[in-house]
Design a protein around this ligand. Structure first.
Ligand SMILES: Nc1nc2c(ncn2[C@@H]2O[C@H](COP(=O)(O)OP(=O)(O)OP(=O)(O)O)[C@@H](O)[C@H]2O)c(=O)[nH]1
Ligand SMILES: Nc1nc2c(ncn2[C@@H]2O[C@H](COP(=O)(O)OP(=O)(O)OP(=O)(O)O)[C@@H](O)[C@H]2O)c(=O)[nH]1
Ligand SMILES: [Mg+2]
Ligand SMILES: [Mg+2]
Lengths: 281, 300
């Protein structure tokens, strides 16, 4: 394809394959390719009808999807910042919390974790081990306790101890389970009563290996509790996580963090240019 | 779903006559879109649509079947061909478990990517086998994930199946070797090995699994796959099949609304059957895989 001078059906097909294989999805891919065809309909200085040129135009269009929104973690200027971490089962919430606690502590913040998953076997012990690795405290109760009670308890502890950031772990839940989404709404309400504006950041963890369902997850979690940021975990695998392009395109929710492994330091800020580059490779 | 889309493609077709190339192209485009939206891998979709196209070309607008229904019928047939037959009652492996449990003990290894549901599925399988009257031991071979052992122990207590207890410090291969020996000495029927999640591109960890397999010669190596997996399902499945060898697949989290196209991709790439599906977080949430159910789900 690199020796082919013209931009034609087969080039379009190859680009479609790159985007679809990266989980960008049919809708966002065809939107991008329509824009691309339109941009290239006008002969742009000759080099754009070469493959490299085509890719660079596509790169610009993808970067456009990611432009114009802040990727900073939201902080509470007036006191305790509360971060609620949510998402479906097994995506990397608990691990990402350990990493984030470590990151924030490295920035000199006083961090506390709350073991809000009072359901799954070993969930509390798992978070306790992460708290220890990250060198931060943890508030926990028994299994079976209402997660809202743990959240409330954690806020009190934070206010008493002068904590800067409270990160709350929640049980994995499928967005299709109404009672579990109601449980999450209740946690949010309780937090809001404890601290004005809390939770200030609601992070949805998305597994980079997930396909189109991640868009539905984002939509439903967003309509239930409002999602202010996305943490894309497991980007160290072969999956490209392209579904976040669809999420940003359709919901304008910024990806803020990227998980790149199973260890404490494997968390980075999301860099759109780096992400798009890796996706189109 | 796909039926509605195909109906509108063929709405303009009146009376008798062959399906034209234009009709077929439009129909194939709809099939392609439906499968891609269901997360079936791009290349698997290409091959699948081509197989459907070949059968649709030159078909008369036949007797009682509307063209859309004809195409749908072909799609379902091709999918059934690909997914393989539903297990017939009584023809589902040893003792009706869909698993080869002829060993003494029969060793079953659960493998797969991080977070797909191996440990939970281990508990579910333990419950399932116990209810079939087998004596079972679970082996906690994940030494890396924080509290993985505790997680399996809680599940073991819940379903009333023992978990091999290992004093700290052993590596996964040692744990498995000791655990299988213990099961053999106790004359148990089955051993379930819960392995740590790993990336298919992690050479060291994939070699660890190969060594584990070499060491205990499992009757079943089951690849656990999350139903919401996207295009990557092909890469991961072909690596696990190529480097380790897989006997069957378990598709988890089917109680959600993920279409489950990964099932088609994994089947195509490994040729191995999906044996069970996970349909919830509780230890009784395991069902036999029914190919025609996943077909309707994928087609929407
Ligand atoms: N390779 C890789 N693995 C990760 C990453 N993040 C998490 N994991 C692994 O994914 C698995 C699941 O992580 P958890 O943190 O337990 O996920 P969770 O969302 O809290 O799971 P539930 O609470 O059960 O819903 C673990 O094996 C983690 O080590 C990542 O960025 N890269
Ligand atoms: N809804 C639903 N959740 C499931 C199903 N199977 C597993 N889970 C959940 O998925 C999450 C991950 O399950 P685990 O059993 O910890 O996954 P794993 O593969 O052992 O994870 P690692 O050991 O970290 O690789 C947990 O929250 C489970 O409760 C299922 O069929 N349906
Ligand atoms: Mg968790
Ligand atoms: Mg596990």
């Amino acid at each position: 394809i690199r020796s082919k001078p013209a931009f034609d059906e087969s080039s379009l097909g190859q680009l479609e394959e790159i985007l679809i294989s990266a989980d960008v999805g049919v809708r966002t891919s065809s939107r991008l390719l329509k824009k691309l065809s339109a941009s290239l309909a006008f002969p742009l200085k000759g080099k754009e009808d070469r493959w490299e040129g085509v890719l660079s135009v596509l790169r610009e269009e993808m970067l456009d999807i990611f432009s114009g929104r802040s990727r900073e973690l939201i902080t509470n200027a007036d006191g305790l910042t509360v971060v609620l971490v949510v998402g479906v089962n097994g995506v990397g919430k608990t691990t990402s919390i350990g990493k984030l606690a470590n990151l924030l502590r490295g920035q000199g913040k006083r961090v506390l974790l709350a073991a809000g998953d009072t359901f799954r076997a070993g969930a509390i012990e798992q978070l306790e081990i992460w708290a220890k690795s990250a060198g931060v405290g943890i508030v926990k109760q028994k299994y079976g306790v209402d997660p809202s009670a743990v959240a409330f308890d954690a806020v009190s502890a934070c206010l008493a101890r002068g904590i800067d950031v409270l990160i709350i772990d929640t049980a994995g839940r499928l967005h299709t389970k109404v009672n579990l989404m109601e449980e999450l709404k209740k946690v949010k309400r309780v937090l809001g009563k404890g601290v004005p504006g809390a939770p200030h950041e609601i992070l949805l963890v998305v597994d980079a290996t997930t396909g189109q369902n991640a868009l539905i997850q984002a939509k439903l979690f967003h309509s239930a509790v409002g999602v202010s940021g996305i943490a894309l975990a497991k980007l160290d695998g072969t999956a490209k996580g392209g579904i976040v392009a669809a999420i940003e395109d359709e919901l304008a929710i910024p990806v803020k963090l990227v998980g790149t492994g199973e260890n404490l330091e494997d968390l980075q800020s999301f860099d759109p240019a780096e992400f798009v580059q890796a996706l189109l490779n | 779903g796909i039926s509605g889309k195909l109906q509108s493609v063929f709405k303009k077709l009146r009376g008798r006559g062959k399906l034209t190339e234009a009709n077929i192209n439009d129909a194939m485009r709809e099939v392609k879109l439906a499968l891609l939206e269901a997360d079936v891998n791009y290349l698997v979709v290409k091959d699948f649509v081509e197989a459907v196209r070949q059968r649709a070309i030159g078909r008369e607008v036949a007797g009682s079947l509307l063209p859309a229904q004809q195409v749908i019928k072909i799609v379902h047939e091709e999918m059934a061909k690909l997914m393989g037959p539903a297990p017939l009652a009584g023809e589902t492996g040893t003792a009706g478990t869909q698993l080869n449990i002829d060993g003494k003990p029969s060793v079953i290894m659960l493998v797969g990517l991080q977070g797909c549901g191996k440990t939970t599925t281990c508990g579910k399988l333990a419950f399932f086998l116990k209810n079939k009257g087998l004596t079972v031991l679970m082996i906690p071979a994940d030494t890396r994930r924080p509290a993985a052992g505790e997680q399996l122990e809680v599940l073991g207590r819940e379903v009333g199946v023992p978990v091999y207890s290992t004093a700290g410090g052993k590596n996964p291969l040692q744990i498995v070797e000791d655990g299988v020996r213990e099961a053999r000495e106790r004359g148990l029927d089955a051993v379930l090995i819960d392995t740590g999640g790993r990336l298919h591109i992690d050479d060291e960890l994939m070699n660890e699994l190969a060594e584990m397999r070499e060491m205990v010669s499992p009757q079943e190596v089951l690849l656990v796959i999350d139903a919401m997996t996207g295009q990557d399902a092909v890469k991961e499945a072909s690596e696990f099949e190529g480097r380790l060898g897989v006997d069957g697949v378990i598709l988890t989290k089917l109680d959600g609304d993920a279409r489950g196209g990964a099932a088609l991709s994994v089947r195509k790439v490994t040729g191995k059957p999906v044996k069970f599906v996970g349909v919830g977080e509780r230890t009784d949430a395991l069902e036999a895989f029914l190919p025609d159910r996943i077909a309707s789900r994928i087609l929407g």
